[in-house]
Design a protein around this ligand. Structure first.
Ligand code: ZN
Length: 190
């Protein structure tokens, strides 16, 4: 699967929008990404996760763990492709933890799955939590790497698109001159 084919799926599902957007940070951009949209189309998301699963061929994995909420659907589909169990981690009082009776065994080889990696904060929190429980994180998988290759998890990291979405300070935005006022997309956290 080429980057173009992946981007085609993003465009088809509305996972990537072009226009003039006001981000939650206050910055402006001509690109807005909403990865959750990919999972509306179950065959599209199945295709993307199958591609990622292929990239993990030969990696010994016992269980898939993903941070809520963004990683939950993707974690499920990745685990289905790999034929492995799947659980998710979530924050309780800001601390990443396993709830709902979920657990990992000591020494379990874990694949951590997140839909979009930007700074990688949630994934790093999941990795730290799993290490504390004695599990071994063997790889990280995401559909999008928005750090454009800058993030380092200390383990094998596979993704389908690596891109840096350019944004501007409001008073330095070139699109304000040609495209009118920016629009604020649906999500609060961008
Ligand atoms: Zn602007």
């Amino acid at each position: 699967m080429t980057t173009e084919e992946v981007l085609e799926i993003f465009k088809k599902t509305g996972g990537i929008l072009k226009g003039h957007f006001l981000l939650t940070s206050g910055r402006h951009s001509d690109t807005y990404m909403q990865c959750a949209k990919l999972f509306i189309d179950t065959s599209a998301s199945e295709k993307l996760c199958r591609e990622l699963a292929l990239k993990l061929k030969g990696t010994d994995i016992d269980i898939v763990v993903s941070p809520a909420i963004g990683g939950i659907l993707m974690g499920y589909e990745m685990a289905r492709q790999l034929n492995k169990p799947n659980i998710f981690a979530e924050r309780e009082n800001d601390v990443m933890t396993l709830r709902r009776g979920f657990s990992v065994e000591k020494g379990a080889k874990v694949l951590v799955v997140e839909d979009v990696v930007t700074t990688g904060g949630s994934v790093k929190d999941v990795i730290a939590m799993l290490k504390e429980k004695g599990a071994e994180v063997v790889a990280v998988a995401s559909i999008v790497d928005r750090s454009a290759g800058k993030v380092d998890f200390g383990v094998k990291y596979v993704n389908l698109i690596s891109m840096d979405i350019v944004s501007y300070e409001a008073d330095k935005c070139p699109f304000c001159k040609t495209m009118g006022a920016p629009i604020k997309p649906g999500s609060r956290k961008i």
